[in-house]
Design a protein around this ligand. Structure first.
Ligand SMILES: NC(=O)c1ccc[n+]([C@@H]2O[C@H](COP(=O)([O-])OP(=O)(O)OC[C@H]3O[C@@H](n4cnc5c(N)ncnc54)[C@H](O)[C@@H]3O)[C@@H](O)[C@H]2O)c1
Length: 324
């Protein structure tokens, strides 16, 4: 039996707990919240799960094979360090943090004391992304443009730059990660952000609500990603267009559209990428075979660097270098 503990009692802890509960030979034994009361409430939906209000206490009392970290971006750092020190594998939700400070320290710790890590860049596990990567191998890619256009998540930590990092670091990071996964490493970025509307709707908004980021890759390719969180939820549009010599390939939230021999083909995702992501991590914990994990802490750190560089560019008005 693979025994799991979860940190965080919010929306995404529930998504992972539900998936893990359906998996054979896996048991979510413990849940840790910012208070024992919140952990008790979470545990009450799952039957045999022990609630904790303190991480050290959970790790001292339970023998856990792995831990899931589903906390807001600002809350990362000590949690990961404690798990690395104890040699406990973890799956951590994206983004790794609001800046590079804690993650660069954790990355050092993981390099010195290697453990299995996985990061919640679930788009990588989509059937459509597999197909996209195959198509791109057979074409000459010129450029990509992507968008994450939606409404603002209602959780209060999201509106504050200190606690979420802002939309590009918190949400659009999925698209940045996909560009890295399909196009290569980013060399430099130039970003323009503005605050147009949400600060008139809520108190204390410090995140921009529109932004556009140009990216240059080390292999000479270019891309642009734009995002907003001001539009009504029902008009949400998320996707990337890849412009190739064979035509435009459009990756949507649940499908891939492409042209072949003058005809349009649409391929819908069949598998739930969150389930595949969980299976790959649990398989690694059970067997030591990490080949199915598509985003490790080390790799996700490179995605974080791009998004943090974009924020620095928006702040300074200058192009910011990411890698050579
Ligand atoms: N991969 C995806 O598609 C996806 C989707 C949604 C959310 N997420 C990510 O998951 C993370 C959590 O998002 P959410 O929607 O569950 O947020 P949420 O606000 O619903 O829940 C966060 C929880 O973390 C708890 N928390 C904060 N600090 C803590 C600490 N130090 N110890 C223990 N618990 C702590 C909060 O009390 C809250 O219960 C975010 O980073 C978000 O980006 C990923």
């Amino acid at each position: 039996m693979v025994t799991i503990g979860i940190i965080g009692t919010g929306w995404f802890s529930g998504i992972h707990a539900n998936i893990l509960s359906e998996m054979e030979g896996v048991k979510v034994k413990a849940i840790c919240g910012t208070s024992l009361e919140k952990a008790r409430t979470f545990a009450s939906s799952y039957g045999d799960m022990t609630p904790y209000g303190n991480l050290t206490q959970m790790l001292d009392c339970e023998k856990l094979d792995a831990v899931y970290i589903c906390v807001p971006p600002f809350a990362h750092g000590d949690i990961e360090s404690e798990l690395v020190a104890r040699g406990i594998p973890f799956l951590v939700e994206k983004p790794l943090s609001v800046d590079e400070e804690a993650p660069s320290r954790i990355l050092d710790e993981v390099r010195k004391k290697p453990i299995i890590t996985s990061v919640g860049y679930h788009f990588r596990y989509k059937n459509s992304v597999d197909l996209l990567r195959n198509e791109l191998r057979e074409s000459t890619l010129g450029m990509a443009t992507g968008e994450w256009m939606g409404s603002m998540p209602e959780v209060p930590w999201w509106r504050n730059r200190q606690t979420s990092g802002g939309q590009f670091i918190e949400q659009t990071t999925h698209l940045v990660d996909l560009l890295r996964y399909t196009m290569g490493e980013v060399k430099e970025v130039y970003a323009s952000y503005a605050n147009t509307y949400v600060s008139t709707q809520y108190e204390g908004v410090t995140v921009p609500d529109v932004g556009t980021v140009s990216l240059k890759f080390t292999n000479g390719l270019i891309a642009n990603l734009s995002n907003t969180c001001i539009i009504p939820d029902e008009q949400t549009k998320i996707g990337i267009n890849y412009y190739t010599n064979n035509g435009v390939i459009h990756l949507g939230p649940d499908s891939l559209e492409l042209f072949k021999n003058g005809e349009k083909h649409i391929m819908e995702d069949v598998d739930n990428p969150y389930v595949l992501e969980n299976k790959a991590f649990i398989h690694a914990v059970r067997t030591g075979d990490t080949s199915g994990i598509l985003s490790t802490y080390e790799d996700a750190f490179k995605t974080l660097k791009v998004t943090v560089a974009a924020q620095a560019s928006a702040d300074s008005g200058q192009v910011v270098k990411v890698s050579e």
